[in-house]
Every structure is written in C-alpha cells, then in structure tokens.
Ligand binder design. Structure first.
Ligand code: KG4
Ligand code: ZN
Length: 345
C-alpha cells in the first residue's frame, strides 16, 4: 500500500432494460447488482414505456443493495458515475435523474459515461482473488450488442477509433430476429445460443454479405433467413419445430463467420494482436469459442469477459467513471440524457 486513499466509484446503468448499480474500489469490483426486466418477454422486445417504469421501481433498491454488498455508504463514495447515453430516452432519464439527485443530496461529484465506452472498458475491471489479466493499449475490441456492431481500436481510456461498423442492423438484432422469426421468444440471443449447442452448424448454408473494408452488414442475412424459412415451411409446416437446433446452429455460425472475417482483417491491417470482445453478444458461447480458437491459432492475446460483464451492467460504467474522475472530468447538472451515440463516442 502506498498510503494513497482509494477511489470508490458508484456506477449506475439504466440505458435499456437492465437496472444496475456497482461499486468499485479503484479498479477492483466490490459489488454488482443487476435487476433484469422480465416484463418485456411477452411483447417479444423491449417496450420503452414499460422499461422506464420498471427502472423507477428498481433503481432505489438496486443502488442500496450495491452499496450494502460493497460494505460502503455514500460517505465513502468518491464519485457517482452514470450512463448518459446512448439508449432509450425514458430509461436513461431514470438513471440520470437518480444520479443527479444523489449528487445534490450528498454533495458527491457526478461523472457521465458513454454506455459504449463502458462496454469497451469492461475488460479492465479487476476482482480480488482473480488473475486479472487486462490488455495494454492499444488493443482492438469487437463491440457487439443489441444496438451496435463495431471494431474499435482502443489507444487509451478515452482514445477510440472506430475502424469498422455495421452499415445497417446490429448483430444482436440479427440474433433476436432469428428467434422471433422462428417463434422461439425474447431475448433471442441466449435462446439461439442454447439451441445452437445441440445442432449441426454445417447443415444449412446462408450467403454471407460482401461489404468493403472493415464494415459489417446484417440486414441481408436476416432476409435470407426469412425467405429460407418461408420456402421450407411451404414444403413442411413442421420444418422449424423439427430442425430448430440445426437452423440456430447454422445461422449462428454464419453470424460468427461474418464477425470473425472482419476482425481477422482488422488485426492484419493494424498489427494489433490484443483482441477483446464486449457487449451482449459477447456472451455467445459460439463466438467466445471461435475468438479463443482463432486467437490461439493466430497468436493473438484474447480478452473474453466474464458472462456478467457482457450484457448491460454498471461495473463497466463505474470503471469508465473511475478514469474520468481521475482526469477531473465532471458532469454538470444541466446536462440531459443523450439517446444517440453520434454525439458521444
Ligand atoms: O449489450 P446488451 O445487453 O444491450 C445493448 O447495449 O444492446 O446487448 C443485448 C443483445 C441482445 O440482442 C441479446 O439478444 C444479445 O445481446 N445477447 C446474445 C446473447 N446474450 C445476449 N446474443 C447471442 N448469444 C447470447 N448468448
Ligand atoms: Zn449494452
């Protein structure tokens, strides 16, 4: 110990349908609480109004629990970090307003965090008693979520370069649509992932897109799945039921092939061999295995987050907030939530 007082950061995340709070002592996680909202399942997707209402119900107990589990009180907290955007406006407003209210009530400084930056920096969170191998700068991150698909060159905590990104849909959306088209439920990613484990990934072939450079496209492959299912169902109305594991495995493989092709190209072009993944789709077991395999084969050092740091969580908000706090970058109370990514990264 060098005697320096530790920085204690309370992170608050409410950009979509998970209400989350976490506490860090420097880079080390003291607690992480996530309340996921089940209310959207019956609607087959996130209903923004229901999401904001559920955040309102959850935010107070979630923050209290995170502080309790960390064994700290607001007196110990150095700064409050919250997700300012991007995300659903009503959802963001709940976390933003709560963080601001807490800052006013306690006199603690407020730090705004970009949700995407949070996903990118989530690989820097450490835990007591773990190996905690984190990447050095520069590293590449494949950021794959319900709203984004990007290859990002990370040169510093706040120095990012987007090398490639989707020109239409995000890969998470393709997973969710696959499940929806097959009538399997929501959220689709984990359902497709689970079924894919039991299926033959080489049974059906889908045409992969030909997009220039490091950009992605997922709208074409979604349409080919739609036509494929429509044609097969004409021949056999039970086609989906009889083949669902093979369809999921084959479609998932196609999505992973698309992701990996550009990631391999990005490593070749940049010469950067430290490769991380982040965002909800990085929970996908097929993608995790492929990145690990390719990494081994190609001599990359790969950073695959623990499951609980893949989908939306506040630990990633707290770590991003920590670095901002250390730079003395604070948020004023007049700053509104920002639903779109364009102004932020
Ligand atoms: O990062 P995230 O929690 O929220 C956004 O910022 O969008 O990502 C949610 C996305 C959803 O599309 C969900 O289906 C997908 O991540 N997802 C998965 C898996 N778990 C979550 N996709 C594939 N396989 C999974 N196991
Ligand atoms: Zn996210």
């Amino acid at each position: 110990m060098n005697g320096k007082k530790a920085d204690i950061i309370l992170g608050i995340e409410s950009s979509c349908d998970d209400t989350s709070a976490a506490v860090l002592r420097d880079e080390y996680l003291l607690s992480s609480v996530i309340a996921s909202q089940k209310v959207h399942e019956r609607w087959g997707g996130v209903v923004p109004e229901l999401a904001s209402r559920a955040h309102l119900m959850n935010i107070v107990p979630v923050v209290d629990q995170a502080l309790d589990q960390a064994g700290v009180t607001m007196d110990d907290v150095s700064a409050i970090a919250f997700t300012r955007g991007p995300g659903l406006l009503g959802s963001l407003l709940v976390g933003t307003s709560y963080a601001k209210g807490l800052a006013i009530a306690t006199g603690k400084p407020l730090v705004e965090v970009n949700h995407l930056q949070g996903h990118i920096l989530s690989c820097l969170v450490k835990e007591e008693g773990k190996e905690n191998i984190v990447p050095d700068f520069p590293f590449l991150t494949l950021l794959v979520s319900g709203g984004h698909t990007q290859i990002v060159k990370v040169c510093g905590h706040f120095e990012f370069e987007i090398l490639g990104q989707t020109i239409d849909d995000a890969v998470g959306e393709a997973f969710d649509k696959c499940s929806k088209m097959m009538g399997l439920g929501y959220p689709g990613g984990p359902i497709v992932d689970r079924l894919a484990k039991e299926g033959d990934e080489n049974r059906f072939k889908f045409n992969l897109p030909h997009i220039q450079g490091l950009d992605y496209s997922f709208s074409g492959i979604k349409t080919s799945l739609l036509y494929f299912l429509r044609d097969r169902l004409k021949e056999n109305p039970d086609f989906i039921e009889e083949n669902k594991a093979d369809i999921c495995a084959s479609f998932q493989k196609a999505l992973i092939d698309i992701l990996m092709k550009k990631l391999i190209l990005a490593v070749k072009q940049t010469g950067i061999r430290q490769v991380a993944i982040g965002g909800g789709v990085s929970a996908n077991s097929g993608l995790r295995n492929r990145i690990a395999e390719e990494g081994k084969k190609r001599g990359w050092q790969t950073f695959i987050p623990e499951f609980r740091f893949t989908t939306d969580n506040a630990a990633m908000i707290a770590i991003s907030g920590l670095y901002k706090y250390r730079r003395g970058e604070f948020c004023t109370l007049d700053k509104p939530s920002v639903p779109r990514a364009s102004q932020m990264l």
